[in-house]
Design a protein around this ligand. Structure first.
Ligand SMILES: CC(C)(COP(=O)(O)OP(=O)(O)OC[C@H]1O[C@@H](n2cnc3c(N)ncnc32)[C@H](O)[C@@H]1OP(=O)(O)O)[C@@H](O)C(=O)NCCC(=O)NCCS
Length: 248
């Protein structure tokens, strides 16, 4: 009978769990975590080079300090007394178009087949920022992006999308008269495009890696800090109406 819920990812076959046709017990025995992630996303096991590239991408997303919204969200939620799953979920909700989430839209743009000039013009003329470019801290170079590109060159994944991303960076600098670096999201977007991933998986790469960091930050918050952290009063300025009486 034609069933309503279908998946080609995994299932129980003859009483045993299988992922993409491979017995889960064989995978546990024989492959590493990155192999299994690639298998789940792509349906086949990776080559050595594919595994190495995916490893680098995932490592680059794990943690870049306490500052970004994903981490502050997670730690604030933990500080308020929430359990691990809730605090990590709060951290995941801290990922958005300006933080971590730019991979998807950047990869979509890089996969449109436009020239660098056309791509920049299309985004800037609509008043938007080009996803995957610019950074709060890194102004000359995002070292994580550079390292990802170096790794892509070494492993043979520096293709058209990577070239296009670098050309967009040059074009953007010409247009804005200042350097707006390609950031880690942009580099990941370019490399996953050259590796043949659908852009709609873009955010997924960031989430898979960042959850490792979020779990660690939440745990650290539990064991190292007192509950209920709040922004210090000296850092808060109230600039609303002066105290006044309710109308009678
Ligand atoms: C990350 C980001 C929020 C940093 O913003 P920021 O600190 O305000 O950036 P800066 O102060 O260095 O630069 C601001 C100027 O550069 C421009 N700029 C910055 N990033 C830009 C981008 N991606 N595309 C076009 N212009 C950009 C701004 O429009 C602004 O120009 P103006 O001075 O003419 O108004 C911003 O670059 C951005 O939105 N990038 C796109 C999203 C993204 O890739 N996020 C992932 C970050 S790892």
């Amino acid at each position: 009978m034609d069933k309503k819920w279908k998946t080609s990812l995994a299932g129980i076959i003859d009483g045993e769990g299988h992922m993409h046709g491979y017995k889960t017990t064989d995978l546990i025995d024989k492959v590493n975590f990155t192999d299994a992630i690639w298998l789940e996303l792509k349906g086949e096991l990776p080559t050595e080079k594919e595994r190495a590239m995916l490893d680098s991408i995932l490592i680059s997303t794990i943690d870049n300090g306490m500052g970004p919204p994903s981490v502050t969200n997670a730690r604030n939620s933990a500080s308020a007394g929430n359990p691990m799953q809730a605090a990590v979920a709060a951290g995941v909700l801290g990922v958005g178009e300006s933080h971590g989430g730019a991979i998807e839209e950047c990869a979509r743009l890089l996969q449109l087949g436009l020239s660098a000039d056309k791509l920049v013009e299309k985004v800037i003329s609509s008043g938007d920022r080009i996803p995957g470019f610019g950074h709060k801290v890194y102004k000359d170079e995002d070292p994580r992006a550079t390292q990802i590109f170096n790794k892509a060159k070494e492993l043979g994944f520096y293709g058209e999308a990577c070239e296009l991303a670098r050309a967009v960076e040059t074009k953007l600098e010409e247009l804005k008269g200042k350097r707006i670096v390609i950031n880690v999201d942009g580099a990941i977007a370019a490399v996953i495009s050259d590796m043949g991933f659908d852009y709609r998986l873009g955010k997924g790469f960031f989430l898979i890696g960042r959850i490792v960091g979020l779990v660690a930050h939440v745990f650290e918050e539990y064991v190292r800090e007192k509950p209920f952290r709040r922004i210090a009063d000296e850092e808060i300025e109230y600039d609303g109406p002066s105290p006044r009486k309710l109308p009678s």
